[in-house]
Ligand binder design. Structure first.
Ligand code: KG4
Ligand code: ZN
Length: 401
């Protein structure tokens, strides 16, 4: 069947068309129009500006997706849209567009949870090739995005039990805030990642001139082309002697907290400024920024990995999967893969292809496909009314089927 999906929950206007046959997904078109540059000027996403851009972009993006897939609306069997959570002015553009199409084209319409989409990005194969990604249940999903940090247990498709989550900031949010404190632009995640990579490279060079040639050892299947592959502990000591906290590392549950690390970054920066006679407005030296970025990323990664491995063992997971925008982070992808291979090698590890880590509509179509396949004919009937029943919901909870 052909599924057309729309995603507008934040600052990406995205439309995708996939053909699905049972669990095999063929991405025919995946168009994403990003507003990152527009929002960067404001240091974060401005909801009303996002809505204005979505309004401008939604029809051109839709047309491009249909053209790329080489099909017309007559070939579409099912429509899907991100119903929530997200910014309500942004969600409304996508849901209203989808509802209008469902009404005009007389197609069923499914409203999807954004995080369910991120999870199902793991069933999309790289470079848009058809591949049946066979992941065994129970699956433990580590969800790390700008708005969510959760450990989600799946006993079967479309069945979710949240076993732990952040008590304050989401990981992506912490990356963005830490970046701002270091004077780096929005979105902060990729910035921190790049600065940490430079830090590692610099220190790697130092050690490789010496005896330790063993540093680049975590070369995993998903990270061959990435360079930031080593454990921070194997680097030569950094001159700033930084140590950020690892909050809730041994809390005895699967919850997280990231606002404390962010505050520790603030104090680290302040102390550095004080000791070096800098004011708030002075630029921080690059090597200091790189060192803090690396220590921040290492602290976050250590907490996420430790808890995920523990939960996977306790709940008897067969698969661990990574989902959400922060799953694009090289250190997290590679160190999690390495830790699983080293400590629980019977568990399969999956990450989405890089092109599907950040917000896109292919992941929404993928989730819709799995939901649809699981439904009875009777359940499917209800979605013929999707054009009037789907309502944008900024706080939507993920529901099992
Ligand atoms: O999933 P996503 O695209 O949007 C939400 O659903 O929130 O995630 C966006 C978040 C942002 O906070 C961004 O800084 C972070 O993902 N992010 C990264 C990386 N790329 C994006 N964080 C760390 N490392 C990255 N490479
Ligand atoms: Zn997202």
């Amino acid at each position: 069947m052909n599924i057309l999906a729309i995603e507008t929950s934040c600052d990406e206007t995205a439309v995708s068309i996939i053909s699905s046959k049972n669990d095999d997904l063929d991405v025919r078109a995946n168009v994403v129009s990003s507003q990152v540059e527009l929002h960067a000027k404001w240091g974060g996403v401005v909801p009303n500006l996002a809505a204005r851009e979505h309004t401008k972009n939604i029809l051109p993006v839709l047309t491009e997706a249909l053209d790329t897939a080489g099909i017309t609306h007559k070939d579409i069997d099912l429509l899907a849209v991100t119903q929530g959570p997200g910014l309500i002015p942004a969600l409304l553009i996508g849901t209203n567009a989808a509802k209008a199409l469902a009404y005009a084209w007389e197609k069923p319409l499914l409203g999807l949870h954004h995080i369910e989409g991120h999870i199902y990005a793991n069933w999309i194969s790289p470079k848009s090739k058809v591949k049946s990604q066979k992941l065994s249940f129970p699956i433990l999903a580590l969800v790390v995005s700008g708005g969510h940090t959760q450990l989600v247990l799946m006993s079967e498709h479309c069945h979710y039990e949240i076993i732990g989550q952040t008590q304050d900031d989401a990981v992506g949010e912490a990356f963005d805030k830490a970046a701002r404190l270091l004077g780096l632009p929005y979105p902060g995640g990729p910035q921190i990642s790049e600065k940490a990579r430079i830090f590692v490279q610099t220190h790697e060079d130092v050690t490789q001139n010496g005896a330790d040639k063993d540093i680049k050892k975590h070369s995993t299947e998903m990270g061959k082309d990435n360079k930031n592959t080593d454990s921070p502990k194997k680097l030569s000591p950094n001159t700033y002697d930084l140590k950020l906290p690892r909050p809730m590392l041994h809390s005895g549950n699967y919850h997280f907290s990231f606002s404390g690390i962010k505050t520790a970054v603030l104090y680290t920066v302040r102390e550095y400024q004080k000791n070096n006679g800098l004011t708030k407005d002075d630029r921080l030296p690059e090597d200091f920024v790189n060192a803090v970025a690396h220590e921040f990323q290492s602290a976050v990664t250590e907490v996420l990995i430790t808890k995920t491995l523990k939960a996977a063992q306790e709940y008897g997971a067969q698969t661990i999967l990574l989902a959400g925008g922060v799953s694009a982070n090289t250190q997290l992808r590679e160190e999690l893969a390495a830790a699983i291979a080293e400590k629980i090698s019977h568990i399969t590890f999956s990450v989405p292809p890089l092109e599907y880590c950040l917000d896109n509509a292919a992941m929404i179509a993928a989730a819709a496909s799995f939901r649809w396949n699981k439904m009875s004919d009777e359940q499917r009937e209800d979605y013929n009314n999707g054009w009037k029943t789907v309502l944008a919901d900024s706080n939507l909870k993920m529901t099992s089927l």
